[in-house]
Design a protein. Structure first.
Length: 290
């Protein structure tokens, strides 16, 4: 099969390209400067030139706080872009994997992780625009697409909370970290492997919404302590604080753990625990940082 990865210059996009290449797939990596998914002519040219069978859409407006005052631009990229991409897939007989986010939920659940079919209720501009993209993809390409939500990503490439904690450990005696936001730290390489495994099944028994986060859950404070411990630093140098200490234009979800019930019917394994993934990822992130 021929794969096209949009947003291939980002953290997840780079890992998806690397994973597909490792598997021996025929893959074209299209970064932001290579392909603007909001331009119909550019999409048509890309599909005519590459003739993809499967598209993985990692292109997105991800500046959560900026979206509060730039929602029109965020909607263009996160909402209309996926719609145009799905329409182009439909016209060329291609299937689509679209990456989304936990921000489509309200973030206030107190009954365990959000199941895939839980009603969305975004509280931020970013969440609203990502939900618009989800709905557009499923409307335009209902039988040949899947929406894959992820959250709390970290990886070898680009900025992430994990990388920031590694850097701050070397510069500060103590670090104050939020302890009232709960989620699932997720290695982007694990998400890439999951996308690569799900892709061939899309339209062949697998459609709709899937959640691709690590198993288990913690807080940002708990994650920071784990990072410190794994790099040989004293975890007690990380001090807990509340979200009010770090006011942001866009409110962060208090709870954003996602359930993984839809993986079992596909025959793909359930996600592994976040600690196991972090233990494997951290040496690679430190090597990349150095």
């Amino acid at each position: 099969m021929r794969w096209l990865v949009t947003g291939a210059g980002g953290m997840l996009g780079r890992d998806v390209v690397a994973e597909l290449t490792r598997r021996g797939e025929d893959v074209v990596a299209a970064g932001r400067t290579d392909l603007d998914i909001t331009e119909p002519a550019a999409l048509e040219a890309a599909f005519a030139g590459h003739r993809p069978d499967l598209v993985v859409n990692c292109a997105a407006y991800t500046a959560v706080d900026d979206a509060e005052t730039d929602e029109a631009r965020a909607l263009e990229i996160n909402g209309e872009g996926p719609r145009l991409l799905a329409r182009t897939c439909a016209a060329h007989g291609a299937r689509l994997l679209h990456v989304s986010t936990d921000y489509v939920f309200a973030g206030d659940r107190d009954a365990g992780p959000y199941p895939e079919d839980h009603p969305p209720a975004p509280r931020t501009a970013y969440g609203r625009t990502k939900l618009a993209g989800e709905r557009a993809v499923l409307e335009e390409l209902p039988d040949a697409s899947a929406v894959v939500r992820t959250a709390w990503l970290y990886g070898e490439h680009g900025r992430s909370f994990v990388r920031t904690m590694i850097e701050l450990e070397g510069r500060r005696d103590t670090v104050d970290v939020v302890d009232d936001q709960h989620g699932q730290p997720t290695w982007s390489a694990d998400v890439a492997a999951r996308l690569a495994g799900l892709g061939p099944l899309v339209g062949r028994g697998a459609t709709g919404v899937f959640h691709a986060t690590a198993a288990g859950q913690t807080t940002w404070y708990g994650l920071a302590r784990e990072v410190f411990a794994l790099i040989g630093a004293d975890p007690d140098r990380v001090r807990p604080t509340g979200s009010a200490a770090f006011p942001r234009p866009a409110p962060r979800p208090a709870y954003s753990a996602l359930a993984h019930d839809r993986w079992r019917p596909t025959g793909l394994p359930a996600p592994r625990d976040w600690r196991s993934a972090l233990h494997e990822a951290l040496p690679r992130i430190r090597k990349e940082s150095s």
